[in-house]
Every structure is written in structure tokens, then in C-alpha cells.
Design a protein around this ligand. Sequence first.
Ligand code: SOE
Length: 390
Amino acid sequence: MNTVGEPTIGIGVIGYAFMGKAHSQGWRSARSFLRPALEPKLVALAGRDADAVADIARRFDWQDTETDWRAVIERDDVELVDICTPGDTHAEIAIAALQAGKHVLCEKPLANSVAEAEAMADAADKARAEGVRAMVGFTYRRVPALALARSMIAAGRLGEIRHVRAQYLQDWLTDPQAPLTWRLQAERAGSGALGDIGAHIIDLTQHVTGQRITGVSATTRTFVPERPLSDNGAGTGKVTVDDAVAFTARFSGGALGTFEATRFANGRKNALRIEINGSQGSLAFDLEELNVLQFYDGAAGQEAGFTRILVTEPEHPYLAGWWPPGHLLGYEHGFAHQAADMLNAIAEGVDPEPTFADGLAVQRVIGAVQESAARDCVWTSIEQATEVAR
Ligand code: SOE
């Protein structure tokens, strides 16, 4: 209980880099602005470098630190384990935490392979019987404009969905001198742009439309096959993942999908773009203007045209907890929405979404894309997809 007698929950985050910081801020902001049914206590931040993790812990008001993820799981004051480490560690940590009775939030993509994702989803199913919950961190579902898009589509404002057009464009690897980091090594990351940023548009388009991807035809490219080693040492290392991916897809409700994810789109820094065309209207979104949703109402006759909805009104998803209209939200707020939604679901005794099963569904599409690309774009249905031997 906190000082006013409200229930609390102990959080342990594993990883203190980009996602460790984003999640730390998310738990703090959720506590400060969104008042979830369980108040998060920032109990322990874990990382292998004791000095580095102590610095971040001090700056984000963590109570304690650990240098081994197993110690986080062993702590009685940690009830929820939040995994913010590279994909090759997700399965081992998540399964151990679930088996220890800890709720789990795991960063995306869920795993580096379909087999790992299946084992994680199975562990989550078993843990659910004990009231233990698991969630995968596709935070963009919780951008208010995208949550509004989902509700508009569900309300029939677009009619029958025909086209789903999704891109995720970044440019941080255009420079061939950008170093070889873990995201460029298959044994650490599983895949490149496909699993890192392609996973977001796969999950989002399924979530926003309510339809599942049933099959794909895909191609990938690695433009820069070798890069300088990232640790100041001389020499280079091989890039063993995709730099970019393009694929077409069919959706379960009949929609046609076109997807692209790349880290070589000069000038596009974090441009997740979705456009959805239906029989009665269209929606368009760009993460680089994340407070705005563009809506084309086909019923508007001579006044028809894309309108710019500024998604900052108190009645818009999540906005009631923040600032007055027009004061805008940013990248970090999705992590606070994610944290609050997970804590409210745990308090209600229901599964927070996206579940590990949702994460597995994304992993199956990733596997199908890899399989199709390995077979020269052959059409690959999702149930056919098997793990492509690397
Ligand atoms: C890649 O640079 C990255 O950090 C992804 O890993 C995140 O999931 C995405 O939100 C932003 O870009």
C-alpha cells in the first residue's frame, strides 16, 4: 500500500539503455498522471554494468539495482518483470519470470523466432491459470490517434476495408560507417528492419483493422554487408540481417496490404506511416506528426477532402490524463499508456493486450516474410510458414 492506502505493485526493469529509459519514464508518468488501479513502485533496475545502471537508476528514482536479471526475478518485492533487452534474451527471461509467478511485460518483437514465441505464449497460457499476466510492448497501439483510428474503423466509418498501406521509414544506417551494433546481428536481433520496425506495422495494421494477415509475398535487401565494429576496435564485421524489406499481404477480411520497412530512407527519422482505404472513407497517419489523424469522409460530397483531426481533446483515447487540448503528446507517452493499461488489466484480473499470443501472431508473419524472401518472393500463407533456417 502507498501512503494513502492505495494498492501498489513492485516493478523490476531489465535493461537500462533506450528502452530501459523509455519504460522507466513510462512507469513514472503512469503513476504521476494516469493513476492506474495499482500504483507502480520502481523497485529494481537491472543491467550488467553496475556503474552505468546505478547512474540511470539514480536519475529515474529507482529504489535499487541488480546486475543479474535472475536476481530481479528472485526478489519478493518485484511482482512485475519488464524486459527491455535485445531479442535473443526475451524467451529465457520471460519464461523464467512467468514460472516464478511474476507478471511480464516484454519489448517487441516478442522473440527472435516462431519457436521461441510459441514457447513464450505457452508459458503465458500456463501462468494465466495462476492469475499471472503477460503483455508484449507494441506501444504504438496506444498513440491516441491510432487508438482513435481503430475505433473509427470498428464503428464502420470507413466501410469495407480494401487497402492497407504501411511503411516504417528510418535513415540511421544510410551511412556505411555506422557501426555494427546488436541490431545488425541475426543471433542477437533475429532479423533487421523486418523484426525491429516491420513488427510494429504488422501488429498495428492487424490491430487497427481488426483483421489478420493470412499470407505474404516478400523480398529483403542488405545494402551494406559489412560495417566497422562498434567497439572502437579496428576491423569490420558482417551484417547478418536485412537492411530493408518490402512485401504484399492479404488480410482475413479481404483487404490488400503493401508494406515497407527500411533504415535507409534518407531524411525519414521515425516515419511510421499508415493509410487505410475503405469503401466509405480513408484514414492516414504519420508518427512524425503523431497528434494528427487524417480522415477522408466519402459521404461528405462536394466538401469531401482529408480533414486534419488534432487528437488532443479530453474525449480522445488517453488524453483525459494529460494536458488541455492542443498541448500535444510525444513518443514517450505511449509507454505511460502501456504501463497504466497493463496495471489496470492486472487489477481487473484480465489479460492486458497485446498478449503473447498477439506477439506470436506477429512472429508468424515475420517468419512467413523471411520464408517468402528466401524463396524468391513465393507466396507464403501464415499457417504454412515455418522457421527459415538461418
Ligand atoms: C529502432 O531504431 C527503434 O528504436 C525501434 O527498435 C523501436 O521499436 C521504435 O519504436 C523506434 O525505432
